[in-house]
Design a protein around this ligand. Structure first.
Ligand SMILES: C[S@@+](CC[C@H](N)C(=O)[O-])C[C@H]1O[C@@H](n2cnc3c(N)ncnc32)[C@H](O)[C@@H]1O
Length: 204
């Protein structure tokens, strides 16, 4: 049987997907200012998952500067979809708006300056895909609304579930009959942090 590559982290670091100048600029800003964006590997994963599922209505919790939302907006372009993204920091939301204009996706993204915890219970329209990227201890609090808002067969992706603060979320979703879920612990170059887990969950 073939063995695993030598120095797998160095090896996979060389396979980071290419990005345009705007995304590289957002990565540099995030590193300088300590903004925990998903980075190009999880960004590309979000693109692939949203495009493969032909998601038309995407909800993101936690916009920051808009890096992951740009991947999602580009992924749903073929389906003529939209991304609704919630951010509770108004300065971040303003930066994201500016970045959406530069990326040419502002007509596809609605940014709401609001706490996901307050706004989610009021949302009524359903979504095909939800990306969860707020404070990790809040994941479990928004989970019932995520299930209510996702269509049957819709996909929930939760970032950073390797954090201790996501423990209650991890235990809840893995035992809930309303979800089929897996947690993938991975090496994720340029993610913050690079060793972390992601949860992928199908709404039953
Ligand atoms: C990890 S960052 C998001 C990174 C972004 N998804 C990306 O990869 O480009 C988390 C963001 O969620 C925001 N946030 C935290 N708790 C929130 C809440 N309850 N509602 C809305 N936004 C929240 C923070 O201000 C921060 O900008």
């Amino acid at each position: 049987m073939s063995s695993i590559v030598d120095k797998p982290e160095d090896y996979f670091r060389k396979l980071i997907p290419p990005r345009d100048d705007l995304m590289i600029k957002l990565e540099a800003e995030a590193e300088k200012e300590n903004i925990p964006i998903v980075g190009p590997v999880v960004g590309e994963l979000l693109y692939i998952l949203a495009a493969a599922t032909k998601a038309k209505r995407i909800l993101e919790l936690g916009t920051a500067t808009g890096y992951s939302a740009i991947y999602l907006a580009r992924a749903c372009e073929a389906a003529d979809g939209i991304v609704v993204t919630l951010e509770n920091d108004s300065e971040m939301a303003a930066r994201a708006q500016q970045n959406f204009r530069q990326a040419g996706v502002s007509d596809r993204i609605e940014v709401h300056v609001a706490s996901a915890l307050e706004v989610l219970p009021q949302l009524q329209e359903s979504f095909d895909f939800i990306f969860l990227d707020i404070e990790k201890q809040d994941y479990v609090k928004v989970l019932p609304d995520c299930r209510r808002l996702l269509v049957k067969g819709g996909l929930l992706v939760a970032d950073n579930v390797g954090f201790k603060d996501a423990d209650e979320f991890n235990r809840t979703i893995s035992q809930h009959s309303g979800w089929r879920s897996i947690s993938l612990f991975s090496f994720l170059p340029l993610h913050s942090p690079e060793n972390d887990a992601l949860c992928l969950a199908l709404r039953c």
